[in-house]
Design a protein around this ligand. Structure first.
Ligand code: SDX
Length: 362
């Protein structure tokens, strides 16, 4: 049975998350995401995804200490970070460095320790590289701060603003995991051949890089800036794009046929974080007009706001450079990817769909 892009095809059974596209709900290990983002830390939710249950305070402390113990890069990776061409994009740098991590003794069987290691080093790779390219001194990782706070500290070289840290932590929790999205599927296909954790995560990073998947937030920001600078009204800009056949970045989703619950949570946090703000007002106006225009010009496609729309607005509100958007998504989604690699490793059924030949025969 042919289904373009495997639309509607169930490729695995999983205990990790449930993406309910009809009702606009997301569950991590049976817990609704809207409950988990209230007062839980990145580390607690990462523990839940890797181990299948929320941690006790001792278990949480142990995970936090293991993440902190892993806040270092091997010498060969620091050499790579300093010698890769300055114009190389950050996602390619991350993909290269994670491949280089594979020189460590890993063995094929994926482990949670490997998942923790990779989760710990991706923010360090991002912040080291960002500061090297900017000509700034690199910041030694904190051995006290939490995972998200340390990321901001290493990027900015100062203790992070608490409100920014809270907003970023919510974004990273909301994007930790999302079922069988394209990059997670890549990780599972790689793991299904009994290839090791590093290769699975490297496959996923390459997939995440695409603008239709992880690259959307930068596209959303460009969309908002284009509208802001245009002589045309907001609705005219939106309609022109759709009529030209261009996709509105931050809208539409393969599974959600209603509002993405993560977008709603980010929008609420954004309003709390920035209150009255010209960009937020523009984003809300663009969201409302885009949904109406898509309903009129693309009837029946159920195109609503997805996580990336307000992800872009949150990143702008905390003054993140757009080059950091997809890398930050990667720094959170590595938890979901690694959880799926661990789950896939328990089932050695290799992914091997078929294809229909439509070419000539001689
Ligand atoms: C993420 O899968 C996940 O879970 C991903 C993610 C995660 O957490 O991992 O949620 C993260 O990737 C969110 C999506 C970010 N991408 C974007 O915002 C880019 C813009 N959106 C799209 O390109 C699109 O909506 C997709 C790729 C997200 C989903 O596309 P589908 O479901 O495969 O739909 P399709 O490409 O088959 O399009 C169906 C129709 C087409 O029109 P017709 O050919 O029928 O006339 O809907 C149209 C499309 O042109 N359409 C859009 C549109 N998205 C689909 N038209 C205008 N703007 C859009 N955004």
């Amino acid at each position: 049975m042919f289904s373009k892009g495997l639309k509607g095809i169930i490729a695995a059974e999983t205990m990790i998350s449930q993406v309910d596209g009809e009702n606009g709900e997301l569950l991590y290990r049976g817990y609704e995401i809207k409950d988990l983002v209230k007062g839980k830390s990145f580390e607690e939710i990462a523990y839940l995804l890797w181990y299948g249950e929320l941690p006790s305070s001792e278990q949480l402390d142990e995970l936090k200490n293991t993440l902190i113990k892993n806040r270092y890069l091997p010498e060969h990776m620091i050499k790579i970070l300093t010698t890769l061409p300055a114009e190389m994009d950050l996602m390619s740098v991350i993909r290269t460095c994670i491949s280089a991590e594979g020189l460590q003794e890993y063995g094929w069987k994926p482990t949670v320790e490997q998942a923790i290691r990779l989760t710990s080093i991706i923010p360090i790779i991002i912040s080291y590289r960002t500061r090297i390219v900017r000509g700034q001194e690199i910041i030694t990782p904190s051995l006290e701060l939490g995972h998200v706070a340390n990321y901001l500290y290493m990027l900015e070289g100062k203790l992070p603003n608490a409100a920014h840290c809270e907003a970023l932590e919510m974004y990273m929790i909301l994007t930790l995991e999302h079922g069988m999205n394209a990059s997670t599927f890549s990780a599972r296909v790689t793991a299904s051949t009994e290839s090791e954790m590093i290769s699975g995560i490297t496959s996923a990073i390459g997939t995440m890089k695409g603008p239709l998947h992880g690259g959307a937030p930068a596209g959303v920001l460009a969309f908002l800036e284009e509208i802001d600078e245009s002589e045309d009204s907001t609705i005219e800009c939106i309609r022109k794009k759709i009529i030209k056949g261009e996709r509105l970045m931050g809208f539409g989703h393969r599974v959600y046929k209603t509002l993405d619950p993560r977008a709603a949570a980010l929008k609420a946090k954004l309003m709390e974080l920035v209150g009255e703000d010209r960009w937020l007002d523009l984003a809300i106006e663009v969201e409302e007009l885009s949904i109406k225009a898509l309903e009129e010009l693309k009837p029946g496609r159920s195109l609503y706001t997805n996580v990336e729309f307000y992800a872009a607005a949150i990143m702008k509100a905390i003054h993140f450079d757009p080059a950091l958007f997809t890398p930050t998504f990667t720094a959170s989604r590595v938890v979901g990817w690694s959880a799926h690699v661990l789950e896939q490793a328990e089932d050695n059924t290799i992914y091997r769909p078929e294809s229909t030949y439509i070419g000539p025969k001689y």
